[in-house]
Design a binder for this molecule. Sequence first.
Ligand code: NOJ
Length: 749
Amino acid sequence: MKVLKTLVTCLLLTSLVSCAKQSESKEKVIEGRVENLLSKMTLEEKIGQMNQISSLGNIEEMSVLIKKGEVGSILNEIDPVRVNALQRVAMDESRLGIPLLIARDVIHGFKTIFPIPLGQAASFDPKVAEEGARVAAIEASSVGIRWTFAPMIDIARDPRWGRIAEGCGEDTYLTSVMGAAMVKGFQGDSLNDPTSIAACPKHFVGYGAAEAGRDYNSTFIPERRLRNVYLPPFEAAAKAGAATYMTSFNDNDGVPSSGNEFILKQILRKEWGFDGFVVSDWASIKEMVTHGFAVDDKEAAMKAANAGVDMEMVSYTYMNHLKALIKDGEVKEKVVDDAVRNILRIKFRLGLFDNPYVDEKRASVMYAGAHLAAAKRAAVESAILLKNSKNVLPLNEAVKTVAVVGPMADAPYEQMGTWVFDGDKTHTQTPLKAIKEMYGDRVQILYEPGLAFSRDKNLADVSKAAAIAARADVILAFVGEESILSGEAHCLADLNLQGAQSELIAALAKTGKPLVTIVMAGRPLTIGKEADLSTALLYSFHPGTMGGPALADLIFGKENPSGKTPVTFPKMVGQIPMYYSHNNSGRPATRSETLLNNIPVEAGQTSLGCTSFYMDAGFDPLYPFGFGLSYTTFEYSNVKLSSTELKKENVLTVTFDLKNTGKYQGTEVAQLYVQDKAGSVTRPVKELKRFTRVELKPGEKQTVSFELPVSELAFWNIEMKKVVEPGDFGLWVATNSQSGKELSFKVVE
Ligand code: NOJ
C-alpha cells in the first residue's frame, strides 16, 4: 500500500522503474531496521511498545515509564516543549532509544476548526475533506502530534446516535471517497514529511450500527452486509495508505471488535494486505470483560493479542498479562513480535527515529490566513439549502433591516461542534459578528437571541426577539444544537429542536415577516414543523471556526449554497433507521396509501394491496439523501450511455448535459445512481456510484461524463463472493436520490 503511494509521488518526477525501485529499497531499509531493532528487544520492551498511555500530566512520572521502555505511544500531549522533553527521555534515556508516537484526536481541525465531518460530507467534495485534513495535520504536527484518530468512517443510518456527527453519513460510496481524501490529507505525500500525521480510520467495524442509536450498543451486521455496506470505506482507506486502524467498541453478533480475528486478520491483513498497526479503542480490550466475552483482564488480553490488536489504548491488560500469557503458551511470542514489527514500521515510516523532535521556536502556523480561508470554503460548501420560498435568499437590496435571533447566532463555542479539544472559541467567527463586519454597511442589524442556549426553556426573552423581528424586513433565526448534544455518548431519543427553540420559531413566524431559519447541528433534526413555518431553511451542521463569514456570504448572495444531504432527514424519530439504499420489500410503498386520518372507523382488516409504510409518517423522509437546493436552477438533459449492453471488463460512460437555467452562478452536485434489478440476493433500490460538482454561470450548459467500470457493480453474493452478476440494471443521473429519469442497461457474460 505504502509502496504504491510513494510510487505515485515519485512518478511525477522520474520513470516508473526507478520509482518502484526507490520506494522498494526504502521499504527494504525500513524492514531491515525493524528486524535489527526487534532482535535487540527484551520481551518487556516489546510489550512496552504495545502500550499506549494517556498523558499522566507529570513529566517525571511518565519519564520513569519511558526510561524502562514501558510506553510506545502517548495520547493527549499538545505542548511542543513537553513533547520534546518526553521524546528526549525516550531517545536518550531508554535502553534502545525508540521514539514515542504522540497521538491526539484531531478530528475536524486542530486549532482552525473545519465543519464537522458530517458537514464536510455534505459538500460532496473530496477536496474539502483532503484540505481540511491537511490543515489539521500542519497545525497538529507543529506541536509534535504525529498520529490522529481519524477519519471516522462508520456508516451511520441512525441520527439518534450522537457520533453521526463525526462521520460522513449513511452512504458507503460517499464515505469511501471522503474518508480516503481525509487519509491523504492527514498523511500528505509521504508519512516521512514532518507535517504528515498518521491517519487511523475508525471504528473497525460496524460501530455506527449501534442498536437503537444508543452509543456502544451491540450491532447485528451479517457478513454480507458488513462487506457490502460497512467495510468498503475501510478498504478505500487502506488503498489510500492509512497507517493505522482502531477497533470499535461494539460487539457484532456477539464478538467485540477488539477480539475479532475475522475482521483483523482475515479481512484487514489477508484480504487488504494492511501492514501498519491496529490500536484498540480506549480500554476496549479490558471492556471485553464487561461485555462478557472474557472472564478477566488476562483472558481479554489473550483474545485481543491473538485477534490482532497490536497496541492497547490505556487499559494496561497487555502490560499486566502478556508476559504471563506467553509463558503459559496462550499467546505465542510471534504474535507479540508481529505486533511490534507493525508498530515500529510506522514509527520508521514517520521518520521518528531520525527526527523525533519538533521545532519549538518555529513561528506559529495556527489559524494561518490560508487555513481560515480553507475552513471558510469548507463551511460554504457544507451548507445545504433545504427550502427557499419566494426566493427570499439571497437577501436582495430591498432588505434594509435584518433581525438576527436565536441561541446559535453568536455562540462561538457551540458552532465548532463535537470533538474539539484544541480549537479556541475566541478565534471563532460567529454569524452575528460576520454579518456586522461584512454586511453592516448594507443593512441595519437588530440582535436579540431570544434564548440563551439551545436547551434554554426560559421563554422570557422570546417576546423581545419577536418584537425586533416585527421591526425588520427579514428575520435570520439561528437555531440548532450545542456542541455537546452530539458526539461520543451523546445520543438522543428525541430529535426535535431542544429547549424552547420551536416556540421561538413559532413566535417569529407569527410576525408575518420572511423567516430564514439557519440550523447548526451535529445531526439531521426532525424539523418539519419549523421548515413549514420558515420561508427559507439553510442547514449548516456545525460549521466550525469560519461558519459566520461562510453563512453571511451565503445569506447575502456572495456565495451560492451547493451542499447536499449526506444522510436522510426523517420526519420523525419513529421512521429511523432510514436510508435511501434500502432493499425492496415484496410490497413497496406506492405513496398513494391511505394515511391515519383517512382510515374509516371500523375499517375491515385486509392484506390485499397492503404496502410497506407508516400510517402516520407515510413512506418518504423529510428530505432524501443527496438533496439540496441552490439560488439558481439546473436542468439535466440528454443522458446517454456509451452502451446498453456491457461485459464485466467494460467501462460504462454516462454523459449528460447540465444547464444553469437560473439567474445566479452556482454549483450542482450531479449524482449517478444504479440499481441491480435482480441478484442471487436482493439488492438496494439505488446505490450512489459517482458524483461530481459542476460550476455553471447563468445560462451556461456543460456536457458532463461519468466513467463507471462495470467491475464496480460487484457485490458480495449468495456464495459470499464479490462478483458482478449479469442481468438488468437501472440507472439515474439526478440531483438527489429520489429524482431523475430511469434508464437501463444490461451486463452480459
Ligand atoms: C474513544 C473514542 O471512541 C475514539 O474515537 C477516540 O479516538 C478515543 N476515545 C481516544 O480519545
